[in-house]
Design a protein around this ligand. Structure first.
Ligand code: HAS
Length: 555
């Protein structure tokens, strides 16, 4: 009976209007990825001393383009597209009219914002990197564009909430589909996290860049930025976790380990990923050590849901492998579908996340942070978190999502090329990030153009490793070209058919406490945690504001 139910629900197709909306977001996501990957390769080559940029383009300009296009644009568009598709898929195949309306308004708002910001980057008027840290100052259009990008993503989020509310109305007393639940947790996190960013941009950066106020309170602007900046990384991670918890079990022919555990993990991510921003500011003056310690303690708590995820994934893999005949301690391992890119890509992402998460815990401890902060170690850390664990999972998803949305199929040949793409990405990322971690421990700064520091012997000894980094970056670019090629094939030329949208199910009926879905409770706890972690230090930063800084243009 249960099996029959699984197969029936897995034949649900996302309908045309919903598919069009998701595809619009996904197309912009991968268009940004192609330009961002090119910028990444160029800066890797420059940093390795292999090439020199022509005089009309500057290193910090392509570094900004790379960070903004990959870290902010690719991720946000992909996530919104993926979440909309899953909301539709678990709602019988369609989004409500309200969700579609909000979705399209959000899409165009985001697009206008993205184009405005990109225009200023191209004009070299906004080489302020993806963190746009004051007192570096961009042209106002860059900040206005960024604000529109965020507002557009809010509108899209409201569309998802509208869809969820409609589902709840039609299914009174029922537990919502796991995908929808997780999507709503992600949207809630994004809404709360981006509010202080909007405050920073609207009330600090735009008036300052317009010249309406002469100076900016730098420490306050950075605190507001990291209020957003840390949950941003979980905004990237949570959709990847949706892929792991909800889609991967179905792909490997197994079951979701525990519905309740999966929801608890998402509640914990929502609660604890926000009040931790000071772990990015451990080396900054102007914040008392006591507040930093509280944020570090909360940071160590937010590791928990990731450990729960690791446990849950292991459990799913082992029980599935054993159900397929795997014997002994490790026999189950070879029964996993290693040649299916829909599984292989996220699995390699999971492997990357083991050292990546360990590196995160290293970063979070005050003394070790003093060693690695502002070195290229941190760049290594975020390339194996977002650039590997998250990106590989997104690629694995795109390989079934794009043909599903376009009514085509993932052919064996495309699957083979996609496997090669994943191998290139993994090897390139492994080489590049290992070199970055190693160089970081030697004290090599992040975000620096090629320099030998006037023939300094120590700096000269870094250059061979910087070449290794550049080589890894080259492999990543080749991989990105393959990725785009396969996605174009899957979207336009692959044979017509019904590619499955994999949604896993639990093994039989499982008890899930109703409180997990009482959002007002969790949002209230979140508000208390935020007040506890941020109210006092922010007040201190306003009341005892250091002298403000005039704008700087260092490029
Ligand atoms: Fe981080 C800096 C601490 C996770 C991204 N991080 C960054 C920056 C980015 C970033 C972009 O405390 C740079 C920002 C900038 O430009 O300045 N990070 C952490 C901690 C975690 C963490 C404690 N980071 C992430 C994730 C990211 C990300 C996730 C993106 C997606 N990070 C820091 C700190 C800094 C920082 C400091 C500031 C450094 C500085 O000084 O500037 C944790 O949440 C990590 C927990 C994760 C784990 C791993 C669990 C493993 C799993 C895989 C299981 C594998 C399986 C495979 C199942 C504990 C879930 C099965 C295997 C078989 C063999 C069968």
């Amino acid at each position: 009976m249960l099996r029959l139910k699984t197969e029936q629900t897995n034949h649900v197709q996302v309908d045309k209007p919903s598919a069009r909306l998701s595809l619009a977001f996904i197309i912009v996501a991968f268009a940004s990825l192609s330009v961002g990957a090119l910028a990444g390769m160029l800066q890797g080559m420059v940093r390795g001393g292999v090439i020199h940029l022509p005089s009309w383009i500057n290193y910090y300009q392509i570094l900004t383009a790379h960070g903004v296009l990959l870290g902010l644009v690719f991720t946000t568009y992909f996530i919104v597209g993926f979440l909309f598709s899953g909301m539709a898929r678990t709602n019988g195949g369609s989004l409500t009219k309200t969700a579609l309306r909000f979705g399209w308004t959000g899409f165009y708002t985001m697009l206008i914002g993205t184009l405005m910001a990109a225009f200023e980057i191209i004009r070299n008027n906004a080489s302020v990197l993806y963190t746009f840290y004051a007192p570096l100052k961009a042209e106002p259009a860059f900040y206005i564009g960024s604000a529109l990008l965020v507002v557009g993503s809010w509108l899209a989020g409201y569309g998802m909430i509208a869809n969820y509310v409609a589902w709840k109305k039609n299914h009174k007393g029922q537990r919502s589909p796991l995908f929808a639940y997780m999507a709503i947790a992600t949207v809630a996190l994004w809404q709360v996290a981006t509010t202080p960013l909007a405050i920073e941009v609207l009330f600090q950066l735009i008036p300052w860049s317009m010249g309406w106020v002469p100076t900016v309170n730098v420490i306050l602007s950075r605190t507001l930025f990291w209020f957003f900046g840390h949950p941003l990384v979980y905004f990237w991670l949570m959709p990847a976790y949706i892929g792991w918890y909800v889609c991967v079990p179905r792909i490997i022919g197994g079951k979701i380990f525990s519905d309740a555990l999966s929801r608890v993990a998402f509640v914990l991510l929502l609660l604890f990923s926000i009040p931790v921003g000071f772990h990015h500011q451990l080396m900054e003056p102007g914040i008392s050590p006591a507040w930093k310690m509280i944020h570090v303690a909360l940071t160590l708590i937010v590791v928990l849901p990731s450990l729960m995820t690791a446990f849950s994934m292991f459990a799913t893999f082992e029980t599935t492998g054993r159900a397929k005949g795997g014997r002994g301690l490790y026999g189950w391992f070879k029964h996993l579908p290693w040649t299916d890119v829909r599984f292989f890509a996220p699995f390699i992402g999971m492997l990357f996340f083991i050292p990546a998460g360990t590196g995160g815990i290293i970063n979070a401890s005050n003394q070790l942070n003093a060693v690695v902060h502002n070195t290229i170690w941190v760049t290594g850390h975020f390339h194996i978190t977002v650039g590997a664990a998250v990106a590989l999972t997104f690629y694995g998803i795109a390989y079934w999502l794009v043909p599903h949305l376009t009514g085509r199929t993932l052919t064996k040949k495309a699957n083979r090329v996609a496997m090669v793409q994943i191998v290139f990405w993994s090897v390139g990322m492994f080489i590049m990030s290992t070199a970055m971690h190693y160089l970081g421990l030697q004290g090599v700064p992040r975000r620096t153009d090629y320099t030998d520091y006037m023939n300094n012997a120590e700096a000269l000894s870094w250059i061979p490793w910087q070449r290794v980094m550049g080589f890894g970056g080259g492999l990543l670019f080749v991989s990105a070209v393959l990725l785009i090629g396969v996605l174009i094939y899957l979207g336009k030329f692959a044979p017509k058919g019904n590619e499955e949208y994999p949604i896993g199910e639990t093994d039989g009926e499982q008890y899930t406490p109703a409180i997990l879905e009482r959002w007002p409770v969790w949002l209230s706890v979140l508000a208390v945690l935020i007040i506890l972690a941020y109210a006092m230090p922010i007040m201190e930063q306003i009341q005892h504001a250091p002298p403000g800084s005039p704008p700087l243009r260092t490029w």
